[in-house]
Design a protein around this ligand. Structure first.
Ligand SMILES: [Zn+2]
Length: 62
């Protein structure tokens, strides 16, 4: 795996994995079934997931 997924922002699980549905890709958490933004490629889906996790943590920091 070239890409690194961050832990789930909702339950903290590290069982996150990229999923393909027809022609779109998104990251899902296997523990709480949260899913990330749908993208055209797996790498974009992973980036979107990681970005959301970072933003969530920044918000909690305040
Ligand atoms: Zn989760």
């Amino acid at each position: 795996m070239a890409h690194r997924l961050k832990a789930c922002p909702f339950c903290g699980s590290r069982k996150t994995e990229p999923t393909q549905y027809h022609s779109i890709f998104f990251v899902v958490c296997r523990d709480c079934h949260a899913d990330g933004p749908a993208k055209d490629s797996e790498s974009d889906a992973i980036e979107a997931w990681n970005t959301r996790v970072t933003r969530k943590m920044d918000g909690d920091g305040h």
